[in-house]
Design a binder for this molecule. Structure first.
Ligand code: ADP
Length: 527
């Protein structure tokens, strides 16, 4: 089925063709009719001329004698009456088809004198040698429609509306050569016209019927052809549209690859710098420690060792994030599901911050339920968010680590009062390698992987992460996690998931543990 637009175009095309071809057919019909009419007229007049020649050669010649042509035959003579009677009975009223009927006859002498005519008043008159008569004397018959204006035609004007005149050379011996006289015969053109009209009508009717049939046969062919063309047009249009879409996708992909390439190059520079900074510190502190003056300085040694530990932790975190990102790229992220207490995990993570631990204020709801999910991943999410909160706040600034639970889920947040994120950038901070300030002069370290890793880990745990931020006021990252990892919930039924089963007010906080007790290994490996 063609679309509406294509159908309309097709109908317009057919109507246009129908009209144009109708005009062409009518023009062709008129042109052909004119040609045919002319041919029939020539044919009719040629037949009339042939009839006049026949009358002269086969009828009149045998009746005439050489003496008759010496001068005008006296109309009161016996010979004239004899000839007149013959002409009337054999030519004017007798012989020949009615359509070529001879209505007048004149015999011209060489000087232009009428020697004989059925109109006796003309006999003996001299009208001079007209061109037609002269040429007929030279042996060439002349014929044409008479306009009856010549003086010699005064008498013919009442015979018919239109006459056809033929000048036939008369040779009494029937041989070729100069004529002895010229016989002029007038035929009523109405008869010739009838002959012309009859023939023309038959052929013209056949022609018109033929053209009409051709026209009618042509229309369905055009209709089908235009339909096929329209369908092909629609198909071509669809293909062009598909190609355009593919091209756009391709261009988008190329742009994405270019951006990725740029980010990766940027990343290499940033990562090298980020790795070198803690390493330089560690090496510096280690060299200092080896100097003899610090051998017995317990306080300084402790301070340097703590600094080495801090920088080591920073390096560890960096390498951990890199490794995890590369695991994610290879799609080998594995889950290790176990039941654990969230407050304990929070304490471990905060302890791991070393000297910054005091900047973190806890706001954990009492009776937080146990979680049955991947503990290490949850810890990594919290670590990354905490590190950012501390990093993007002023030195010594506090941040809040809070948590509360809902039926089936645990929500925790890390809020700081740091530099905040511009509103137009908030949507991009979870992209890999993305940093609000990625310039070489930026104030804060980092390689732009922390939040993308957080997003991936939260996804792997079946949760969500959101950020609310205000420039120069601070940011709050909120993570929502199911109490029971979806893969376990699926395997052991909805009873372990959400609702009353995980409601700590009833036995909800024991539900994950119950699931473990009822057969889930303490560390279930899920690809
Ligand atoms: P980085 O290694 O640069 O910290 P992340 O992926 O952890 O990379 O964060 C991406 C970017 O998001 C950071 O460079 C920073 O611009 C912005 N960002 C993340 N956390 C915070 C925060 N708590 N306060 C302000 N900006 C933040």
């Amino acid at each position: 089925m063609l679309p509406f637009g294509a159908r309309l175009r097709e109908q317009r095309l057919v109507i246009r063709f129908a009209l144009a071809s109708l005009v062409a057919f009518v023009a062709l019909g008129i042109a052909l009719s004119a040609i045919i009419a002319r041919q029939f007229r020539l044919r009719g007049e040629a037949q009339a001329k042939a009839h006049a020649t026949f009358v002269t050669d086969s009828i009149l010649r045998h009746e005439l004698e050489r003496a008759d042509l010496r001068g005008p035959i006296d109309p009161s003579s016996k010979r004239f009456r004899q000839l007149s009677a013959f002409v009337r009975s054999r030519i004017l009223e007798g012989a020949g088809a009615s359509e070529f009927k001879v209505v007048r006859i004149k015999i011209w002498g060489k000087t232009g004198t009428v020697l004989f005519s059925d109109a006796r008043a003309l006999v003996g008159m001299n009208f001079g040698l007209e061109d037609d008569i002269r040429e007929a004397f030279e042996g060439i018959p002349q014929a044409g429609v008479s306009n009856l204006t010549a003086a010699e035609n005064v008498d013919e004007r009442g015979l018919a509306d239109k006459l056809f005149e033929t000048y036939v050379p008369l040779r009494l011996d029937g041989k070729t050569g100069p004529a002895d006289a010229v016989v002029e015969l007038y035929q009523d053109y109405a008869g010739i016209q009838r002959e012309i009209t009859d023939g023309f009508r038959t052929v013209a009717t056949a022609l018109l019927i033929g053209l009409a049939v051709l026209y009618v046969l042509l229309l369905p062919i055009v209709f089908r052809t235009s339909r096929t063309l329209s369908e092909q047009n629609v198909r071509l249009g669809q293909q062009a549209h598909r190609l355009e879409e593919l091209l756009q996708k391709e261009q988008q992909r190329v742009a994405e690859l270019r951006e990725l390439n740029r980010l990766k190059s940027n990343f290499v520079a940033v990562a090298s710098h980020e790795l070198r900074t803690p390493l330089t510190s560690i090496i510096g502190y280690a060299k200092t420690l080896r100097q003899p003056q610090f051998a017995d300085d317990g306080a300084s040694r402790r301070e340097f060792l703590e600094a080495i530990e801090r920088q080591g932790d920073r390096l560890f975190q960096l390498v951990e994030n890199l490794l995890m990102t590369s695991h994610l790229e290879d799609s080998v992220l594995k889950l290790s599901i176990s039941s654990f207490s969230f407050p304990e995990l929070v304490r471990d993570v905060v302890e791991g911050l070393g000297s910054s631990r005091d900047q973190v204020k806890l706001a954990l709801a009492p009776d937080l339920p146990s979680l049955l999910t991947d503990r290490q991943y949850v810890a990594q999410i919290a670590q990354n968010l905490l590190n950012n909160a501390l990093k993007f706040s002023g030195p010594g600034a506090e941040c809040e680590f809070g948590a509360r639970w809902f039926p089936g889920s645990l929500v925790f947040w890390i809020a700081d009062h740091g530099i905040g994120i511009p509103s137009e950038e908030v949507g991009r901070v979870f992209e890999r390698f993305y940093q609000v300030d990625s310039s070489s002069t930026r104030r804060y370290g980092g390689i732009g992987l922390g939040l993308s890793l957080v997003q991936n880990l939260v996804d792997a745990l079946g949760g969500t992460v959101e950020v609310e931020s205000q420039l120069a006021a601070g940011s709050t990252f909120t993570v929502t996690l199911p109490l029971v990892h979806p893969s376990v919930a699926e395997r052991y039924g909805a009873g372990t998931r959400g609702g009353g089963a995980s409601d700590p007010g009833s036995n909800g906080h024991r539900a994950p543990a119950a699931a473990v007790e009822s057969g889930v290994p303490a560390a279930a490996q899920t690809a």
